[in-house]
Ligand binder design. Structure first.
Ligand SMILES: *Cc1c(COP(=O)(O)O)cnc(C)c1O
Length: 228
């Protein structure tokens, strides 16, 4: 059976190959290891194999792992990538380095107010609903510019870019389309003067398509930790 270090190495090789194919430098893409549902021991294994950035979906589960790995805090970046409710913003502002799933001004304002002043600003991405399904979280593309400018002005946050979770698609070209759309939205905001540098897009099944379209963070769970 493949181990976490083996699988991590395979994912790194996939990212390198995708960067080479796109004419991008390998270190232009950060690997976010999505550890949701796996325990602190799995995170530690990945950490020992060189992973540094970990993505979590569920706040309480993440807080348990952050506490269990408190001795390693200085060498881990914790990223929240799951939905965030208003009653959880304080613990998130106090414990995470990044939040990728901001899609409402109210949540951003709370995170900004509640970010402890001794910590650096919380790094945030706005989650965009690129596929346009009625159900999903994420700001609609038409509402993105107003939200982005408002969030960029909040003192406790540093707006870094955009995140999306497109509908699964089977072939490479179909996978690329929503990633290309997210990149176009980022470029538009940059054109409006926002200093954004992050595209959080691509998961185990479509990271090559995301890298081809300019992803700077790929969020990979299954391909590193196994099936959930
Ligand atoms: C679970 C999850 C991932 C990782 O998905 P895999 O298919 O397991 O790589 C990435 N992003 C988000 C937002 C997730 O919830």
């Amino acid at each position: 059976m493949a181990t976490i270090p083996d699988r991590l190495q395979k994912v790194r090789a996939r990212i390198s190959a995708a960067c080479a194919a796109a004419g991008r430098s390998e270190n232009s893409v950060t690997l976010l290891a999505v550890s949701k549902t796996f325990g602190a021991d799995a995170v530690r294994e990945a950490l020992d194999a060189g992973a540094r950035c970990f993505g979590e979906n569920y706040v309480q589960e993440a807080l348990d792992k952050i506490a269990a790995l408190a001795a390693e805090r200085a060498r881990i970046e914790w990223h929240l990538i799951g939905p965030l409710q208003a009653n959880k913003t304080r613990v998130v502002a106090e414990n995470f380095d990044w939040v990728h799933s901001v899609d409402r001004l109210k949540i951003a304002q709370r995170l900004s107010q509640q970010r402890p002043p001794q910590l650096p600003p919380l790094q945030v991405c706005l989650q965009v609903n690129v596929s346009g399904e009625a159900s999903k979280s994420g700001v609609a593309p038409g509402e993105l510019p107003a939200l982005a400018h408002a969030v960029a002005a909040l003192p406790g946050l540093r707006l870094r870019g955009l995140m999306s979770i497109p509908e699964p698609a089977a072939d490479f070209d179909a996978q690329r389309a929503p990633h290309r759309a997210l990149r176009a939205l980022l470029e538009r905001l940059r054109g409006e003067g926002l200093g954004l540098d992050t595209l959080s897009m691509g998961m185990s099944a479509d990271l090559e398509a995301a890298v081809a379209e300019g992803a700077t963070i790929v969020r990979v769970g299954t391909a590193i930790f196994g099936a959930r």
